[in-house]
Design a binder for this molecule. Structure first.
Ligand SMILES: Nc1nc2c(c(=O)[nH]1)N[C@H]1C(S)=C(S)[C@@H](COP(=O)(O)O)O[C@H]1N2
Ligand SMILES: [Mo]
Length: 421
């Protein structure tokens, strides 16, 4: 077995399978993980703020930017993670598989790390397509796994720190170290003990034929040069990012082949995530007696649509920036939220609860911190792109505010209640 494993490693040896390459790809992957974690936390706390948390409302595209980055970095992880696994693949054939307790812990955390990473980026990607082929709640699991991954990343970096620091820079003479290949080729190893131990004669019979097979198949992989490998990784990352980033980054829209949403597609040129049918609001939204109720200090004030239209109207350019990574800029017109707050006499630091006509659904009730209430760009919108708001975009009235995730831009508004501090 030992010999078989050794031969497997030898056969898999390649110029790209070395610790320098593992470090180069590893730090890109590490950076992508950190970006995903940071932007993910930001998105999470916007939706579930801890008591006393407040957020920047500007720039207005802040969330479009952070969440776009989250999805782009997450998508880039696919080729990067595959590249990393390709590089360290021969380590699977180390024999004995564990050399003591610490080594066991190290290998177990790596196994967990790889598994959890694959699950995380896969469910994240499927979520952008609104496809949930699993029985658990996506957000909670994605959030929890994020913490698990950051912990495992810290352990992994800690354990590999000596290697990482050693191979952080290119060797002084410009050559790339060939650590794994060296270890796998006894004839090239500097350790004579290793050479003597492994010898060169092959066993016969089945084992021998298996070795012949292993030795013959990876001929192609052996020829993978470092430059070719890095080019492949770079092209793959550029391709997967370039072909999806257009869903949030307008200049790349034409190349948006795989991104689940296209700009300009949908009623009034804006994509729709949840339809009036799915939300079961069509009847209530089209009812002639619809009115928006504001509740402050126990007093209810109602505004019919005509009354809202009679108030001063403001036009703003703000994006819908969905947590699922797509975003779309649009022109909205309606009543400033701060004007409504003033009409009912709300104090400057009053936050509100936004309640939709939609009766079920996790976004039928959301909260709006006073920093958004008091931002002059925050509107109870009545018009979109120069027309009366379409039913699918929240008719009779919907909330639109700068720097917030799409899920908090409540459609089909019904009530706006002050949250007593
Ligand atoms: N009441 C209600 N409002 C909602 C939603 C919802 O499910 N119910 N979906 C939100 C989500 S996830 C997004 S991205 C935006 C999309 O707005 P649009 O359909 O006008 O593009 O609406 C938000 N407002
Ligand atoms: Mo969304």
């Amino acid at each position: 077995m030992r010999r078989l494993m050794y031969e497997a490693q030898r056969a898999l040896a390649s110029p790209v399978r070395n610790p320098r390459m593992a470090t180069v790809i590893g730090r890109l992957l590490g950076a992508a993980f950190l970006i995903c974690f940071g932007t993910g936390l930001y998105s999470h706390f916007l939706q579930n703020p801890l008591p006393g948390m407040h957020f920047a409302t500007r720039p207005a595209y802040l969330y479009q930017f952070t969440q776009g980055l989250h999805i782009i970095a997450g998508i880039a992880c696919f080729p990067l993670l595959l590249a990393k696994l390709y590089i360290v693949f021969p380590a699977l054939f180390a024999w004995p598989p564990v050399k003591g307790f610490l080594n066991f812990l190290e290998r177990a955390t790596i196994a967990l790390f790889v598994g959890a990473s694959l699950v995380q980026i896969t469910i994240g990607l499927l979520n952008t397509y609104q496809w949930y082929p699993w029985p658990f709640p996506f957000r909670q699991v994605h959030f929890a796994l994020g913490w698990v991954l950051i912990g495992l990343l810290a352990i992994h970096i800690g354990v590999k720190l000596p290697l990482i620091t050693r191979y952080w820079r290119k060797a002084a003479d410009g050559s790339e170290p060939d650590h794994l290949a060296e270890a796998a080729h006894p004839d090239r190893s500097k350790n004579p003990e290793e050479v003597r131990l492994w010898g060169t004669t092959r066993p016969g019979g089945i084992t021998g034929r298996l070795l012949d097979y292993i030795d013959a198949t990876p001929q192609k992989t052996k020829r993978v040069s470092r430059r070719g490998f890095l080019t492949t990784v770079a092209v793959s990352v550029t391709a997967v990012v370039g072909l999806t980033a257009g869903q949030t980054f307008a200049p790349l829209d034409a190349a948006n082949v795989f991104g689940p949403r296209k700009k300009g597609v949908g009623q009034q040129g804006v994509p729709v995530n949840r339809t009036s049918k799915q939300a079961k609001v069509a009847d209530a939204a089209m009812a002639t007696d619809w009115a928006l109720t504001l509740v402050y200090a126990g007093t209810e004030t109602t505004f019919s649509r005509a009354e809202l239209q009679a108030m001063p109207q403001t036009e703003v350019r703000l994006p819908i920036a969905c947590v699922e990574g797509w975003s779309q800029m649009a022109t909205w017109r309606g009543v400033r939220m701060m004007d409504l707050a003033d009409v009912v006499g709300a104090e400057a630091e009053t936050s509100f609860r936004l309640i939709s006509l939609e009766e079920r659904g996790s976004f039928s009730k959301t909260q709006m911190g006073y920093e958004y209430v008091r931002d002059p760009l925050t509107l109870v919108a009545l018009e979109l792109n120069g027309e009366t708001l379409d039913l699918e975009h929240g008719y009779p009235a919907r909330m639109i505010a700068p720097g917030r995730p799409g899920v908090l831009q409540t459609k089909w508004l019904s009530r706006i209640e002050a949250i007593s501090a």
